[in-house]
Design a protein around this ligand. Structure first.
Ligand SMILES: CC(C)(COP(=O)(O)OP(=O)(O)OC[C@H]1O[C@@H](n2cnc3c(N)ncnc32)[C@H](O)[C@@H]1OP(=O)(O)O)[C@@H](O)C(=O)NCCC(=O)NCCS
Length: 179
């Protein structure tokens, strides 16, 4: 199942005459990542997090781990990714990383990959999504709030440089997991 999931997302504006802004029309495919995506994911990590990024070894271990779901969004090349640790015994999904390339930020990609990974996580029985974010990361905090995440706790000295994190949680809507 892991390689057969595709979502097509259309960027552009519909008018009475159909799409009239051809230069804004793009199809973005969101799919499950595989090891071939590792170089692109590491590039996104480096751009977004600098020295705080995952090491190459850790990223490779995570992308192949059975309890980790990683999605990439691509339109020619990988422009965004999200990685979630599914903790089945607690019906919880822990968002380990989310990044969009600098050139493609504020175009809805971050929201879209989060929505898709929430949907997949819910299909796998996740009820609660959680994540950690720097309180001063305005873009990420705004995105999470707009998706329905709420701050549960401030975790003092959470990051390696000693700064605090906000732990945010969201309860996914109940879904019928029987089907
Ligand atoms: C955080 C991040 C993933 C957002 O991705 P994105 O594709 O730019 O976000 P979207 O275009 O989907 O924006 C969705 C919403 O998030 C909020 N948002 C995103 N960027 C914002 C910014 N710079 N300022 C304020 N709000 C912002 C807005 O509410 C936005 O909705 P709107 O465009 O309708 O106003 C991206 O900025 C990024 O990769 N940052 C570096 C890595 C990072 O911080 N990851 C999160 C670690 S916890």
């Amino acid at each position: 199942m892991k390689n057969t999931f595709y979502v097509f997302h259309y960027f552009g504006q519909f008018t009475a005459n159909g799409f009239n802004q051809a230069d804004e029309f793009r199809v973005v495919r969101i799919r499950l990542a595989n090891v071939d995506d590792l170089p692109a994911i590491l590039r996104l990590e480096k751009d977004a997090f600098g020295p705080e990024r995952f090491s190459d070894e850790l990223a490779e271990r995570l992308i192949t781990a059975p309890d980790i779901t990683t999605l990439v969004a691509e339109d020619g090349k990988v422009e965004a990714y999200v990685m979630v640790h599914i903790i089945r015994s607690y019906e919880t999904g822990d968002v380990l990383s989310l990044a969009v390339s600098k050139a493609r930020r504020r175009q809805g990609l971050g929201r879209k990959v989060m929505e898709e990974v929430e949907r997949l996580s819910s299909d796998e029985g996740v009820i609660t999504m959680m994540l950690y974010v720097r309180p001063d990361n305005v873009s990420a905090v705004s995105l999470y709030i707009s998706l329905g995440y709420k701050v549960l706790a401030r975790c003092r000295g959470y990051y390696p440089d000693g700064s605090d994190a906000d732990m945010m949680v969201k309860h996914l809507e109940d879904r019928d997991h029987e089907n």
